[in-house]
Write a protein that binds this ligand. Structure first.
Ligand code: PGA
Length: 252
């Protein structure tokens, strides 16, 4: 059985005081909620304060990025080791905003995934096609390239620690969600790719989250799909009430 996960990607939002307030509200309302894995990913500067606020609750801490080296002359970067030190359990890797704005390649993303796993942290590995790629009929090729490149040289043991997030770029922050069927189709395709690259067991055990304008109004339908195991949420994770409603999605 795959345990559902709802992960909030706060992106470039919230001062330390604001992050403490939001995580404090979540900590209060979700203190005993263990049916779903709950993850929040604040900005680097708020990680330490949020780690303190959610201590002794089931809420887990994630970073939004990392650099694939432990220490050294890499000005401005943060390593998985340091993220573990501050209390992170997860790291979001390969988000489409980084792929697009910072031109992160599949090979670089693969290095980050490997270093994150080596540090004992769990990657939330993001993939997804752009609108143009979908319209050109390239969606399946794009997903295949991203999965094969991002997960190169990983073992089945590694895969037990990793979560995939399918986020069609055209649905991120646009209010335009993939339909339940579109999302299910992509998730089922991704699971098939995992079976080809690893084993059937790995494919069946790997959690695949959907991301892209997930809101209280559409979460229940998405979560009712066979191959959708959770959500990676941007906008709706910034308001406590909305995020709590997502975590408490209604089961079909
Ligand atoms: P959104 O962002 O929920 O605001 O569309 C999702 C994401 O980018 O992870």
């Amino acid at each position: 059985m795959r345990k559902p996960m709802i992960a909030g990607n706060w992106k470039l939002n919230k001062t330390i005081a604001e992050a403490k307030e939001l995580s404090g509200d979540l900590a209060k309302c979700l203190a005993n909620f263990t049916e779903v894995d709950i993850v929040i990913a604040p900005v680097f500067t708020a990680l330490s304060a949020v780690a303190e606020t959610i201590k002794d609750t089931p809420i887990k801490l994630a970073a939004q990025n990392c650099y694939p080296e432990e220490t050294g002359a890499f000005t401005g970067e943060v390593s998985p080791l340091m993220l573990k030190d501050v209390g992170c359990e997860y790291v979001i890797i390969g988000h489409s905003e980084r792929r697009q704005l910072l031109e992160e390649s599949d090979a670089f993303i693969n290095q980050k995934i490997i270093k994150t796993l080596e540090a004992g942290l769990k990657p939330i590995f993001c993939i997804g096609e752009t609108l143009q790629e979908r319209e050109n009929g390239e969606m399946l090729d794009v997903l295949t390239t991203q999965i094969k490149g991002g997960l190169a040289n990983l073992s089945a043991t590694h895969m037990a620690e990793l979560v995939i997030a399918y986020e069609p770029v055209w649905a991120i922050g646009t209010g335009q969600t993939a339909t339940d069927e579109q999302a299910q189709e992509a998730h089922s395709f991704i699971r098939g790719l995992l079976q080809g690259m690893f084993t059937k067991e790995v494919a069946l055990a790997t959690r695949i989250l959907y991301g892209g304008s997930v809101k209280p109004g559409n979460v229940d339908g998405l979560m009712a799909q066979d191959d959708i195991d959770g959500a990676l949420v941007g906008g709706a994770s910034l308001k406590a009430d909305d995020f709590i409603r997502l975590v408490r999605f209604e089961k079909a």
